[in-house]
Design a protein. Structure first.
Lengths: 328, 361, 267
């Protein structure tokens, strides 16, 4: 039936010699291609299936696969498997974490650091985002934002190094303090939780700034004016109008920054010291030595991922509850 | 089926989106060369029909036959049907000439033939000077013509037009209506036009199909629909009308006899007759009412008094109170001279029974 | 009523100060780092008393460093090509219509962007071993490609959602099958988004440390090289290398920002 339909479509120019169809005309008229398309588009259902199959396979094998396989490896006694040896199921790697308190310290340190740094980032970037969204003309907003974007195109390691130079014993901050006569000898900023926090906030500020900015930008200016007209002071306006209406931006920014902060490896290694070892370094440790520690590393990574997920999930729930509470 | 095969046969078409019925059992033949308009409010099923004809939706039940061949399950690219979209859907990254050539290329036409055909169609629609321009550089009316040229270029058997005048301003719209009609005449193509604008439908169409809630209300020429609406919906949807609700008395010589405000009126019969004594309504167009000093000899007549006059430029609109206590109101369009003749004294208002359509509710 | 604009202005000045302080905070460390690369001494620290270009001469004379640049760029380009191809396909699927399981597919799509860096690197390391991918260029390209797909999907989806449905329908109506319609209509429309996403992927890949570190072989990428050099002590040579990398990335970023904005204005 379909054949007769195509036959009916007149193709007047095909006969005239030397008048070649365009590339697209030749392609859709080319037998094998037509057959292929006919098979592929036989029904909307089949067409959709063909569109769907590759993305679904990709996200399952490439996005979900590595995470699932990591969990699987964390439950085996040895990986990579030596030839001829049976791999068997075990929970010993998880037991190792829960029975050895030496691992707890870096674990909880990572979570508290990440939470603290996330909070610091929020406090620092909120006024910046507020200024950009509310006090800068629309035409200039993009320019002001771009100015902040530039440093963030620069990589993690280079920016970490910049912080090292800033905070070193002979760094710019100490030089300034000494020149001003505020201190006699350099303050040892480096290799402390302060230098690490400085570095991590420096690295993650943009991921907080952008969600906050887009949430604030959506608020109509008239709301603030209406509130002011009703006699609300600056602080009240902020607390009763801007803050509740940007909770969504705050929550997604914080989630993003928290997850990124827990995952840093190079920055704590370079900026931190023995007293600030984070869990990322513990996990990495299992991969630097012989391969038979891999399952332990996988188990620890899984524990951390689960912890990060639970915390962000709880946080989002809390934020939602807060928003609903404010709405009442 | 001894008739020659119609160009389009729509056979028992229904479309359901979940629980909502967009189209219910539509059956219709369209012969070659007709300007057919689907008219109705939004959600009446007119666009669904159009999209099924174009191949963008598949019906829940029913078939579409194009030139005798079942195309119900054919994708749009296989059909000899082209469409002018409501937003024109011109390709912004292609020039006018490239837009027009797009369909020709995919028909496998040669480069020279494409050039010939596209300049032919551009000349036909007076677009020669715009070939190298991009759609964004054109005015609304020009874009509309490009969309038409693009759809006509591949020489479709059926052209679908989805409210293509909606985006134009009122002044331009009138001009484009004339143009469209003349293009349709000159190309002798079958146009399937969808609109919610009754004026547009009345000006351009050979045939109008009024849709309501997924069903066909009436199918006929603009004159038939206007002067002999089959239902209250059609009467009210097309132009302004006087709706007279009375009581059925019976039939007499092919005419319906009804009582209205103590007067006996005669009108044209609908397809199905209401029972005797049943309430019945009838429609008389505003411009069909005549004014007389004496009761006219033939036809329907009632006595009333003009209570308000509104100047409308080329004509006057009169409000007439019928009966002693102004039990009913009628509206009439008259020319300015007549309106000056009619004072506030009681007058006789008459009309031809042929101009009063008794309605199926 | 008169004191209220005053009140707004007071806020404005205070917030403006905070903004400019923040600008200083993000720029000053980088500026200092760049300056240090011109210091005529092996010793990193202030004050800088004399200046030199020797460190830069050294960088451009060092074939090992130059080949590291090339290696990083090659990885960035190849992984970007994969990310863009896959990401665009996923975006087209997610924007095509509503279907059961769409939220699940979307969730899985953005997953790699949400997994903390170290965990993602570990997971990729183990999975690569299972797939039989040896540590090295291939493994890095693969991990970068997977990690960057979500960003492509989000950017392309945003653009795709603004393409009127009638465009594809018009193409189909004029005889294009779905594939031809996609290549000739949808793809040209997506060009600004795809370019923007590509640049973003290039930068993400070029700057990435943790995946390159755990999936790399003997040859380091640029961030891994800088990291290794830093572990054995700071030197102005590192500043020179880092400055070259900084100029490249920031330059590409600014250029892309302006370019994509101009393209969006055109269409």
């Amino acid at each position: 039936m379909t054949d007769s339909a195509t036959a009916k479509q007149d193709r007047p120019a095909l006969g005239s010699a030397g008048d070649a169809p365009t590339f697209w005309g030749r392609l859709v008229g080319w037998g094998p291609y037509r057959l292929l398309m006919q098979l592929a588009t036989a029904s909307p259902r089949r067409q959709f299936l063909i569109l769907m199959i590759f993305p679904v396979l990709w996200v399952l094998t490439q996005h979900l696969g590595p995470m699932l396989y990591m969990i699987r490896v964390s439950l085996t006694d040895a990986y990579p498997v030596a030839p001829g040896v049976e791999q068997s199921f075990t929970l010993e790697h998880y037991a190792k974490f829960f029975t050895n308190s030496i691992f707890w310290q870096p674990f909880f340190r990572t979570l508290t650091f990440a939470a603290t740094f996330t909070f610091c980032t929020l406090i620092i970037t909120y006024p910046v985002a507020y200024f950009l969204a509310r006090h800068v003309s629309r035409r200039n907003q993009m320019r002001f934002l771009l100015l902040l974007l530039i440093p963030f195109w620069v990589g993690e390691i280079v920016r970490t190094y910049a912080i090292m130079i800033l905070l070193g014993n002979t760094g710019a901050v100490n030089l300034a303090l000494q020149t001003l006569g505020l201190v006699d000898r350099p303050i040892p900023f480096m290799y402390t939780s302060f230098s690490m926090g400085m570095g991590i906030v420096y690295l993650t500020a943009l991921y907080m700034l952008l969600p906050l900015y887009s949430a604030l930008e959506k608020l109509p200016q008239s709301m603030n004016e209406a509130a002011a007209d009703l006699g609300a002071g600056a602080w009240t306006r902020f607390r009763r109008i801007s803050l509740p209406l940007t909770i969504e931006g705050i929550s997604s920014g914080c989630t993003l920054v928290f997850l990124i902060s827990t995952g840093f490896y190079a920055t704590p290694v370079l900026l931190g010291g023995p007293s600030t070892t984070v869990f990322a370094e513990t996990i990495a440790g299992f991969f630097h030595v012989a391969g038979d520690e891999w399952p332990t590393g996988a188990a620890f990574a899984t524990i951390m991922f689960m912890a990060a997920l639970v915390i962000t999930f709880a946080f989002q729930k809390l934020m939602n509850a807060l928003r609903k509470g404010e709405a009442k | 089926m001894t008739d020659p095969t119609p160009l389009v046969r729509i056979d028992g078409l229904s479309k359901h989106f979940g629980d909502t019925v967009a189209l219910e059992n539509l059956t219709l033949d369209i012969p070659q060369g007709q300007f057919v308009t689907f008219l109705g409010p939004s959600g009446c099923g007119k666009s669904t029909t159009l999209r099924i004809l174009g191949g963008f939706e598949r019906p829940t039940t029913g078939r579409v036959l194009l030139d005798g061949e079942d195309v119900t399950n054919q994708p749009p690219e296989k059909r000899q049907v082209n469409m002018v979209f409501q937003d024109y859907a011109l390709f912004p990254h292609m020039t006018v000439a490239q837009n027009i050539s797009f369909g020709l290329e995919l028909k496998g036409m040669g480069r020279d033939a494409i050039r010939r055909r596209s300049s032919e169609i551009m000349a036909f629609l007076e677009l020669e000077d715009f070939g190298a321009r991009y759609p964004l550089q054109l005015s609304g009316g020009q874009r509309q013509r490009v969309a038409l040229a693009r759809a006509l270029a591949p020489d479709p058997a059926l052209l679908l037009l989805d409210e293509p005048l909606g985006a134009l301003d009122a002044k331009l719209r009138g001009q484009v209506q004339q143009e469209l009609k003349s293009i349709q005449r000159r190309t002798d193509k079958t146009f399937f036009f969808v609109t919610h604008d009754q004026e547009e439908a009345l000006t351009m169409s050979d045939r109008i199909i009024v849709m309501n809630k997924g069903r066909m209300e009436q199918d006929g020429t603009p004159e038939e629909l206007y002067f002999r609406p089959a239902s209250r919906f059609v009467a009210e949807f097309l132009g302004e009308t006087n709706l007279l609700t009375g009581r059925m008395r019976g039939t007499e010589g092919g005419q319906i006899v009804m009582d209205w405000q103590g007067t006996t009126l005669r009108g044209k019969a609908p397809r199905s007759l209401p029972g005797e004594g049943q309430p019945v309504s009838a429609s008389v167009r505003l411009e069909k009412l005549d004014f007389h000093a004496q009761r006219p000899e033939t036809g329907n007549a009632v006595q009333g008094r003009v209570v308000a006059k509104t100047f409308l430029g080329s004509r006057m609109a009169l409000q007439i109170a019928v009966g002693d206590q102004a039990e009913a109101m009628l509206k009439a369009y008259v020319d300015v001279d007549t309106s000056e003749r009619v004072g506030s004294d009681p007058v006789w208002i008459g009309w031809d029974p042929d101009h009063m359509a008794v309605l199926n509710d | 009523m008169n004191d209220r604009p005053e009140l707004f202005r007071g806020n404005r000045i205070l917030l403006g100060c905070i903004y400019w302080a923040f600008v200083l905070y993000v720029f000053v460390p980088l500026i200092l780092m760049v300056l240090m690369g011109f210091k005529d001494s092996r010793f990193i620290g202030f004050p800088i008393r004399s200046w030199t270009l020797d460190w830069y001469v050294g960088v451009f004379a060092n074939t090992e460093v130059l080949s590291t640049f090339g290696y990083s760029i090659a990885i960035a380009v190849l992984s970007t090509l994969i990310s863009v191809f896959v990401g665009t396909w996923i975006a087209v699927l997610l924007e095509s219509r509503k279907f059961t399981g769409r939220p699940v597919i979307f969730g899985l799509t953005v997953l790699p962007a949400l997994v903390p860096g170290i965990i993602s690197a570990i997971a990729f390391r183990i999975y690569a071993r299972w797939l039989g991918i040896e540590p090295g260029m291939g493994a890095i390209i693969w991990s970068h490609a997977v990690h960057n797909v979500p960003f492509v999907v989000l950017v392309v989806m945003a653009r795709l959602s603004t393409l009127p449905k009638s465009q594809m329908e018009a193409a189909r109506d004029l005889g294009a099958d779905p594939l031809v319609a996609f290549v000739r209509i949808t793809l040209p429309y997506l060009v600004p988004a795809i370019l923007g996403a590509s640049i973003f992927c290039l930068l993400l890949s070029f700057d990435d440390f943790v995946r390159s570190f755990f999936l790399g072989g003997y040859e380091p990428t640029l961030p891994v090289l800088i990291f290794a050099m830093l572990r054995s002590g700071m030197s102005p040579e590192i500043n020179a290398i880092a400055t070259v990398a900084l100029i490249m990335t920031a330059g590409i970023g600014i250029w892309a920002e302006r370019f994509t904005r101009r393209m969006k204005k055109d269409t």
